[in-house]
Design a protein around this ligand. Structure first.
Ligand SMILES: Nc1nc2c(c(=O)[nH]1)N[C@H]1C(S)=C(S)[C@@H](COP(=O)(O)OP(=O)(O)OC[C@H]3O[C@@H](n4cnc5c(N)ncnc54)[C@H](O)[C@@H]3O)O[C@H]1N2
Ligand code: MOO
Length: 404
């Protein structure tokens, strides 16, 4: 059987880095900056008030209490505020530009709140309650470097320096195609012998969660001609914005109707038994479609096998392709809460729940690769090495955190 690392390397070789493109801020979250982002102006762009109150010259408050005429009103957003004459105050709101000549702001709570004349009870130092221009960012500063993952704070910063769009790496575009004559679309009734198609929606969601662009095609029965036509039609229809990867589910083991294997064998996709459980039957390579070659990864049909294989082989490669700084799931070690056994010669990926405080991981459900409900209640996978057949309670295992 092929070692997990060897198949992982074969999948990694399929996808190169995606190109840069321009994205709106609304479409930038979870993506990676393709170029350094430079501030065209400082932040704050101008000295402004940190408090609602009165802009003053601090020297005018040498002896308090003191009464000063209120010569102007400066709400936030006023662009034509006059200079502050000595011996006067301007009523000012948080975020409003500090008038020329003022060097401090007295918060309204330290005054009588007057609008014609204000009585100030307490003195302020020069600079008090003033946010200086460029305190946060200077003009010309590189505020975010190429390769930065864009989360809410980074998008906020980009907006603050006035960037309406950003140069980011393109999301890998992934087509998902499930196979199986037993499949029925969710929402439609089942007859005996049929099941609802769950791998497609699951894998498309997994692609999106990883940062890619998942597109779910209508599943096909175990029919090579229909499979190939569906795939080629879908690729042809996307010729303007080509697909980076095709993910198939099912049809790759040893049965009489292995549609994916039959369609691709000897035509650029290599099928292997990989030394893991779940996820033994795997395939990877290129399909020559109507628009040229497209990378293909064929995942096994058992639902847990499908998603675990995605986690092990596809997710890190998709993320690396668009420059994600952390392609892999965070990995920690934890003590196993209960003993379990594992087949010899296959690296086992069990579903678990981690207790980060206690440093333990408990198995969720048994090893069966049809146990989708257990997977849905797990927050991690943990790994039992290929040569290990039994792990005792308290022994340390590697854990992949799924919500990280
Ligand atoms: N004689 C052998 N039989 C099997 C072997 C083997 O080595 N020799 N391997 C087993 C292992 S391990 C796995 S994993 C599966 C993989 O099979 P396929 O990838 O060919 O998948 P299918 O046979 O099409 O389906 C397997 C299983 O999963 C269900 N399924 C398939 N697609 C979906 C879907 N889109 N949504 C929900 N469920 C799906 C399907 O109904 C089957 O129950 O093969 C073993 N057999
Ligand atoms: O490889 Mo299969 O995934 O064990 O059920």
């Amino acid at each position: 059987m092929r070692p997990v690392a060897e198949h992982a390397a074969a999948v990694a070789a399929l996808l190169g880095p995606t190109a840069a493109e321009t994205a709106t801020l609304a479409d930038a979250r979870g993506r990676v900056l393709a170029e350094d982002l430079v501030a065209p102006h400082p932040l704050p762009p101008f000295a402004n008030s940190a408090m609602d109150g009165y802009a003053v010259r601090s020297a005018d408050l040498a002896a308090t209490p003191v009464a000063l005429p209120v010569a102007a009103d400066v709400p936030a957003g006023r662009t034509d505020g006059p200079p502050l004459a000595p011996g006067t105050a301007h009523r000012i709101m948080t975020g409003a530009a500090l008038p020329e000549g003022a060097d401090a702001v007295v918060q309204v709570e330290w005054t009588d709140g007057g609008t014609e004349q204000v009585r100030v009870e307490q003195a302020v130092d020069a600079g008090q309650n003033v946010r200086g221009a460029g305190e946060d960012v200077t003009a010309g500063q590189v505020v975010l470097t190429a390769g930065t993952l864009l989360g809410p704070a980074q998008i906020g910063l980009a907006a603050a320096i006035g960037a309406g769009t950003l140069r980011v790496r393109r999301r890998p575009r992934v087509l998902v195609l499930s196979t199986g004559s037993e499949l029925v679309a969710p929402g439609e009734p089942l007859r005996h012998g049929q099941i609802h198609e769950s791998n497609g929606p699951m894998l498309a969601a997994a692609v999106d969660e990883a940062g890619g662009r998942g597109e779910l095609l209508r599943f096909v029965p175990d029919d090579v001609e229909q499979f190939t036509r569906t795939l080629d039609d879908a690729l042809a229809a996307r010729a303007d914005d080509p697909v980076d990867l095709v993910l198939t589910s099912g049809g790759v083991s040893a049965g009489a109707y292995e549609v994916v294997k039959d369609a691709f064998t000897g035509r650029g996709v290599t099928f292997s038994k990989v030394a893991m459980q779940p996820g033994m039957p795997q395939g990877a390579g290129h399909h020559r479609g109507p628009t040229g070659e497209v990378a293909v990864v064929t995942l096994p049909g058992n639902p847990v096998s499908s998603l675990v294989s995605f986690e092990v082989f596809v997710r890190p490669v998709l993320r690396a392709a668009f420059g994600h700084p952390q392609p892999e799931r965070p990995r920690v070690r934890a003590r196993l809460a209960e003993a379990l056994s594992s087949p010899a010669g296959r690296q086992q990926f069990r579903r678990g729940r981690i207790d980060a405080v206690a440093g333990t991981v408990a198995p969720v459900g048994a090893a069966g690769s049809h146990l989708l409900a257990a997977l849905a209640h797990a927050d991690c996978l943990f790994v039992v090495d290929a040569q290990v057949t039994r792990v005792e309670a308290g022994e340390s295992v590697e854990v992949w955190l799924l919500d990280g």
